[in-house]
Ligand binder design. Structure first.
Ligand code: MG
Length: 294
């Protein structure tokens, strides 16, 4: 099941939609047609996951054979999770990216955070803020938490995953290297494009079969299997949930492989007019233009 948060008509509020045939069906329409009141009024995947697994199962039932009411071409995407409680990011989780960054493998797992204000949907602009001259991309697999998780073991960790999507861990390298904390280097507005869809965990490929490709202006820059992660998704969830309670809709960005601009000579920093596309096998393609600040 592919889930998206789409703007419909002139309404400023996105609604939860499910991929069906050649387009999307609005969950609000499916809910009213099936008398599933619990599914009415959902804006995004976070709200669905907060209702629990029975709601996801119910949606799967009512979505079978649904007629698409919105074509793929007409879809305007919000981030599939609009307001996650947290976006926990993992740094330096691919050996070849550590090498291109001129660093050595850290002894501890590197975690940092982004804010909900970083999120933009598929097709929305990444702003090259005036305060950076070194804007970079990082294609990553994003895990969306499906149910509350506290102190879960790695063996149980995949049970708390609600689904998977794609995130661009946009980075301002000059700020990241000049400031002790990475907040401005990593968490400026628009620095977390997310989407286009969340594939629910039951339908997703095994993580080791997923591959990340990042394409800038038509040129492949990153191309690596998710099996190359140093700390696997179950181990990451176990590590984070040891002391940070994960809630439905929370997002974990799992790290980027090599091929970022910072690792190239000279670095082809992102500029307004550039386009970044990130593909993850079995999920889709997240594309965002880079735009000048307004
Ligand atoms: Mg990253």
């Amino acid at each position: 099941m592919e889930l998206a948060s789409l703007y419909r008509g002139t309404s400023g509020e996105p609604g939860l939609c499910v991929r069906s045939g050649a387009g999307f069906a609005a969950v609000a329409d499916l809910a009213s047609g099936a008398g599933s009141e619990g599914l009415a009024g959902l804006h995004d995947v976070g709200e669905l996951f907060a209702l629990g697994e029975s709601a996801v199962d119910e949606l799967r039932r009512v979505a079978v054979g649904a007629a698409p009411t919105l074509g793929l071409d007409e879809a305007r995407y919000a981030p599939p999770v609009n307001r996650p409680g947290k976006i926990v990011c993992v740094g330096l989780n691919y050996a070849d990216h550590i090498a291109e960054s001129g660093l050595t493998r850290p002894e501890r797992i590197v975690l940092f955070a982004k804010f909900p204000s970083c999120l933009v949907g598929h097709g929305e602009g990444i702003v090259r803020h005036e305060i950076t001259a070194q804007l970079d991309y990082e294609g990553e697999l994003a895990v969306v938490i499906g149910r509350r998780a506290r102190k879960v073991s790695a063996d149980e960790a995949l049970d708390v995953v609600g689904g998977y999507t794609i995130i661009n861990d946009v980075s301002a390298r000059d700020l990241q290297s000049a400031e002790a904390q990475w907040i401005r280097g990593k968490a400026l507005d628009t620095f977390a494009p997310l989407g286009p869809v969340v594939v629910d965990a039951a339908s997703a490929l095994p993580i080791d079969e997923m591959r990340i490709r990042t394409i800038v202006n038509g040129e492949v820059r990153q191309d690596a299997g998710c099996s190359q992660m140093i700390t696997s998704v179950p181990e990451l969830i176990a590590h984070i949930s040891q002391s940070i309670t994960l809630e439905p809709g929370d997002i974990i960005a799992t790290g980027t492989p090599s091929g970022v601009a910072q690792g190239m000579d000279p670095p082809p920093w992102l500029e307004p007019g550039d386009t970044v596309s990130i593909q993850v096998t079995g999920i889709g393609e997240l594309t965002n233009p880079v735009v000048a600040p307004r």
